[in-house]
Design a protein around this ligand. Structure first.
Ligand code: ADP
Length: 439
């Protein structure tokens, strides 16, 4: 039994005994016991009243002095109150610190409830997005009305951040990153990326300008090299020198062309020139070009594609991406081997794949193949192939502009398969009448 309760029971027993002795002495045992019990009840009621007044009092005073189990009850409640007060102050401190930290952030932090309504935001959100205290509860999409943001917000695929001009100042560029948490709540972090955006623009402009400016002098040089190399009185040494000059200037020309293609892909509006592109005729042209490139190496290029399948996109870009993959297959596989260009569809995707029986690629290189100028150093193979290291970077960019991605499977010595995977809304199965009209 609890120590305090035991002592209290002993006290009651002692008080009852005194009442019994007193009752025996005066000859009224029952009355004396009733009066004693009444007095005890009165004392208990008095303690309850004291407890009530003390607990409901607004001032935090020490408990009133009392004896027995009531003294212990008062002390325990007082200790509990003190503990709670300490914990409350600690939590308050943490909240204040959190608020100070988020207020010091330059990035806007916005908490949204499960319905997308504004729940809480920091000071930077007021500056970047113009949120005011009266906006509490309103949907965030009322303040960031850009259609791309609404589509991004509703699609709920927040793996990549979204960059958009600021809703308050068009010259500023903001990056939105959304994270889900709790029961459908969202945390939106908005960052001012104007500076990075400008630097990126400077880089793009620089590459575009340099490539463009190099073109004219190179054309002049190539012209002279070609004319001079045809001169009849060149000795063998000079002949060899002109041959090398021609090879290198051709390579430079390829590089500049690829750089220009890349910078056009970066700067052009991806929505331009979207059309329905039937794939069979396109692949037939690419197969014929690949065979011409193969020339006397005699690759066997086959096309496997239904007549009625079409992609929605930019025909020139799709041609460039697919032919880059087909030409790589020719460049990096042995003479007389098979190269298959295949289109496969299912309910969710269209896959264009180029399968070759070439040397294959070591898996360590695969994640980096689409980087600019990344080439697998494989002895003399690359120099023979004469590539620029920009082909797969171009493919990647074109696919991005068509909501698609590249997948590479390869085994050393066994060959490679490069697959372009397009989402369902990017392809169509054409009706017979459309096909006839196209012919
Ligand atoms: P390049 O102009 O060098 O061909 P790419 O960007 O097209 O540049 O390709 C990058 C590298 O990937 C190439 O240098 C080559 O080593 C490797 N590669 C590309 N396609 C194939 C392929 N079908 N088989 C083997 N290696 C390949």
């Amino acid at each position: 039994m609890h120590q305090g309760l035991g002592a209290e029971l002993k006290r009651i027993a002692f008080f009852t005994l005194i009442c019994l002795i007193f009752g025996w002495l005066n000859g009224y045992i029952s009355w004396t016991l009733i009066i004693g019990g009444g007095l005890y009840m009165g004392w208990v009621l008095l303690q309850i009243r004291q407890l009530y007044l003390w607990v409901t009092s607004r001032r935090r005073e020490p408990p009133p002095d009392t004896v027995g189990i009531w003294g212990e009850i008062f002390d325990n409640i007082y200790r509990m109150q003190k503990r709670h007060e300490k914990e409350r102050r600690r939590l308050q401190g943490m909240i204040r610190r959190g608020q100070q930290t988020t207020a010091a952030l330059r990035d806007a932090v916005v908490l949204l409830d499960a319905n997308g309504g504004l729940n809480w935001w920091n000071q930077a959100a007021e500056t970047l997005l113009g949120l005011q205290p009266i906006d509490q509860g309103h949907p965030l999409v009322n303040f960031v009305r850009h259609p791309s943001f609404i589509a991004y917000f509703e699609a709920c695929d927040y793996y990549e951040p979204l960059d958009l001009p600021s809703p308050r100042n068009e010259s500023k560029q903001l990056q939105y990153q959304i994270n889900r948490f709790g029961k459908g709540e969202r945390l939106v972090v908005v960052r001012d990326v104007t500076r990075v955006h400008r630097l990126e623009q400077v880089r793009k402009d620089f590459v575009a300008n340099v490539s463009h400016e190099l073109r004219t002098p190179l054309t002049v040089l190539r012209g002279y090299i070609e004319t001079l190399s045809m001169s009849p009185d060149l000795n063998p040494v000079m002949n060899r020198a002109f041959e090398q000059m021609q090879q290198q200037s051709d390579r430079m020309n390829l590089l500049i062309n690829d750089l220009l293609v890349l910078s056009n892909l970066e700067t052009d509006d991806s929505e331009r020139n979207q059309q329905t592109v039937p794939l069979k005729p396109l692949l037939n042209i690419i197969a014929a070009d690949a065979m011409a490139l193969s020339d006397d190496r005699q690759h066997n290029v086959t096309v496997n594609c239904d007549e009625d399948i079409a992609l929605i996109g930019n025909e020139k870009e799709l041609h460039s991406a697919f032919s880059n993959l087909a030409f790589n297959a020719v460049k990096y596989s042995k003479p007389d081997s098979d190269i298959k260009l295949t289109i496969a569809i299912d309910e969710s995707a269209l896959i264009f794949s180029v399968k070759d029986q070439g040397d294959g690629i070591d898996p360590i290189h695969i994640p980096r193949l689409t980087e600019r100028f990344y080439r697998v150093d494989n002895g003399s193979r690359n120099s023979d192939a004469g590539g620029t290291g920009l082909g797969l970077a171009i493919v990647k960019h074109i696919l991005l502009r068509h909501d698609a991605h590249l997948s590479i499977e390869s085994k050393l010595g066994k060959g490679s398969t490069f697959s372009c995977i397009f989402p369902r809304d990017r392809y169509q199965v054409l009706k017979q009448e459309t096909l006839e009209a196209a012919e």
